[in-house]
Design a protein around this ligand. Structure first.
Ligand code: GLU
Length: 550
């Protein structure tokens, strides 16, 4: 067919398929000027689909994205990929925004569902960009790079599959060209007249025997088999596939580094071909490894259903400080962070000179013990009143029954939080706010269970009976002096060297005596500073707890 005639036919086809779409790509592109940013500034984005609630894997990715933008003085934006309307979960996109704000990785451009839009490169919900995708699809049809496909799930597909399987069987290289690419204009007109719906597919010019190259920040230059499939660009319902929307949105919105999960790596040749077909410049990728879970000696993929600690809501409900979670994630991302933290214990984690090239290449393993240790460290640096504010904020959301009490007894609670705090070597046992009442149960009520072994009970009660006479909280020195005197009287060593040399001469040493008092007061063998605890409880309460051993 002569070139001109062919062009006329394609123009006709594009009008036939998109009669009402008058918006041109030139008009669209005018609305998305090149971003005016300093040299080296990177534009990154987080692009979740609201088909599930945000989990640590999403957060990990958003964190990398936002960090790359922050350290390069660039832009980090949020785009909602809400084109799978059937699987969309109500509230999921609001929740993403809340998490990003709560954790201090605020997007500089975003849109609130039914609310404000911040930024000039929106709309930031893909469902509001349908006209844009259609304009580009129309253009591709007009250029002969895309075509309508009338096969739906029930018709034609089986036949195609069968043909392909036969080809596989005889070892013919499989190039998944779609049969609908050969429909004539007349055949298409007929189908449209008959009211048949269609999808738009890419007319792939690739071949599985060729290679394609692209660049990934973590993996370097990657060479893969070229795409040869006529992939769907617009689905029957007019909504774009991820592949098509990704190319258009990331180009128009000026993304310079696409941070996305490793699961997208195999589809990248498709994306490269779509970028080319659209005449777009290729984008740089950073395919991040996926977080996994340790089970025995093996790593396994995280299950959103089974692994409750994977949901971001878990961390909020448990009351982990957001700062601790961020530090933990930074630790997962970059192994050099831990060393830096040791050298700079008091700097905010944002001061760390994060280097995208050093992102851990293998899948990081979710390690709750590590998170707890980091969180203990973070909380140990808080002042008592900071702890109080965080505890109260947590309770307002997740422990309503305690809010009144926390407000009414603010002073006492702050003092409890201050036990062994604001000191050169502060306590490091609290790692989440939900453990506060359990950890400090003895500061709020008389312990009911005492950690004392049956065979030690007699000695224990004996010491407590005696101690009533020696209780003096006027100063730490007097308090301890009295314990020592009593210990001596009851046959316990007060000199450790002596005790070690002749243990059989004593019932124990002064530490044993203190342990008994501690158990009687707190129920536990270990606790923070006993004198602080006893003075906070006050003499009356202490005597009441010892009255049991009359
Ligand atoms: N909506 C895609 C997802 O949630 C985004 C992938 C990407 O970041 O490009 O997996």
């Amino acid at each position: 067919m002569k070139l001109k005639k062919k062009q006329e036919e394609l123009l006709k086809l594009s009008e036939l398929l998109f009669p009402n779409n008058k918006l041109t790509v030139e008009e669209i592109e005018k609305k998305y000027p090149k971003r005016d940013l300093p040299v080296g500034a990177q534009v990154t984005r987080f692009a979740p689909s609201p088909t599930g609630f945000m989990h640590l894997g999403n957060f990990f990715q958003a964190f990398i994205s936002s960090t790359i933008a922050r350290i390069s003085n660039g832009v980090f934006f949020l785009r909602n990929e809400d084109t799978d309307k059937k699987r969309e979960i109500s509230g999921a996109s609001d929740y993403v925004l809340k998490v990003l704000f709560d954790y201090g990785i605020k997007p500089m451009e975003y849109e609130q569902k039914g609310g404000v839009t911040v930024g000039e490169y929106g709309p930031y919900f893909q469902s509001e960009r349908i006209e844009i995708y259609k304009a580009y699809a129309k253009k591709l049809v007009c250029e002969g790079k895309a075509f309508p496909c009338f096969c739906d799930k029930t018709e034609g597909i089986e036949e195609i599959k069968e043909q392909r399987e036969k080809k596989y069987a005889i070892g013919v290289v499989i190039e998944e060209k779609d049969p609908c690419r050969n429909l004539t204009l007349e055949q298409i007109e007929e189908k449209i007249k008959a009211g048949k719906g269609f999808a738009i597919r890419l007319k792939s010019s690739g071949s599985a025997t060729n290679r394609v190259e692209f660049f990934d920040i973590l993996k370097g230059k990657i060479s893969m088999e070229e795409n040869s499939k006529d992939v769907v660009l617009l689905k029957n319902d007019g909504l774009p596939t991820y592949h098509f929307a990704h190319a258009i949105d990331d180009t128009l919105m000026g993304t310079t580094v696409v941070v996305r999960g490793e699961e997208w790596l195999p589809s990248t040749p498709v994306h490269v071909e779509i970028f080319n077909a659209l005449g777009f410049k290729p984008v740089t990728y950073l395919h991040n490894p996926l977080i996994c879970i340790k089970e025995g000696d093996k790593k396994r993929k995280v299950s959103k259903r089974k692994d409750k600690e994977f949901a971001m809501s878990f961390y909020a409900q448990q009351g982990y400080p957001t700062e601790a979670v961020c530090e933990y994630v930074m630790n997962l991302i970059n192994s050099g962070f831990e060393m830096w933290r040791k050298k700079n214990p008091n700097l905010p984690y944002t001061e760390y000179k994060f280097e995208p090239l050093n992102i851990t290449a293998s899948s990081p393993v979710l390690d709750m013990d590590k998170l707890n240790d980091i969180s203990k460290d973070v909380i140990s640096k808080y002042t008592a009143s900071q702890c109080y504010e965080e505890l109260l904020a947590w309770a307002r959301e997740y422990s309503l029954e305690n809010v009144d009490y926390l407000i009414k007894d603010k002073e006492y609670v702050t003092k409890v939080l201050n036990i062994d705090r604001e000191k050169p070597k502060p306590r490091k046992d609290i790692y989440k706010w939900s453990m506060f009442f359990e950890l400090f149960d003895y500061m709020f009520s008389t312990p009911t269970k005492l950690e004392i072994e049956e065979e030690r009970k007699k000695d224990f009660e004996h010491v407590l009976r005696e101690y009533k006479k020696w209780l003096n909280l006027s100063s730490k020195e007097v308090w301890f002096d009295n314990i020592k005197k009593m210990a001596e009287k009851l046959g316990y060593a007060t000199d450790n060297k002596e005790f070690k040399a002749n243990p059989e001469k004593f019932k124990g040493n002064v530490a044993t005596v203190c342990e008994y008092i501690r158990i009687a007061i707190t129920g536990h063998k270990n606790s923070p500073d006993l004198y602080e605890i006893m003075t906070l409880l006050g003499e009356k309460q202490v005597l009441e707890r010892m009255a049991e051993f009359a």
